[in-house]
Design a protein around this ligand. Sequence first.
Ligand SMILES: [Zn+2]
Length: 249
Amino acid sequence: MYERSYVVSSDGNVSVQLDDGRVLATPTMTCKGRMTEDLIAITDLDGRALNDKRASSELAMHLLIYRERPDVKAVCHAHPPHGTAFAVAGLAIDQPILSEVILTLGCVPLAEYGTPSTQELTDAMRPLVKHHNALLMANHGAVAYGGDLWQAWDRLETLEHTAKIAILSRVLGGSRNLSPDAIEKLINVREASGYLGESARCQACGYLHENNIACDLEDSYPASPSSNGAKISFTREELIELLSQAAKL
Ligand SMILES: [Zn+2]
């Protein structure tokens, strides 16, 4: 992360959950570029120290993700410049512009701002963790997670790469979204090939709702700040109901 300028100074943190439930976490106030193995903190799933190193002050964010997602065993949090630019601009990474990203990552919602290392931040993230594999945190940075450390890192790298391409395409006059038909085919491929399961159809942001691919959301998500004044989507049944009611008036 340091070599690729995803973090500077003591920014960012990484953790891994071991089979026995213990968590290895990068230490607080340490540059990741100069960090050595012996500095790694070990905690339990409640964040209690199990060695003499102090884990990152952002450990609560990692523990929230482990609690909400039993399939997740590693978390990478950083401030990659392009992804963070989206977070600072108040934008989610939720446009269907790259086929590979739809296959492997899905959309990346924007959690509302919360003070780092406080419950404000974890409260803002909680409703989004379940059905997404990476999040932006408003005016802060990005976090990605997965079944092992490389998957978590790959997702963070995909997030940053996508944000960079999105910004560059705007410089060139704007991006052209994939068609609803193409998106539906990609969703089918990603489920058949095991990239992402059906639970990713419940993503709170992006193109799934617009294209009627989203499953019925059990949880009510807070509206993503990027959707302010934008689009409202209905299921086919809701739309027919609405139109027939309007026709009666
Ligand atoms: Zn941070």
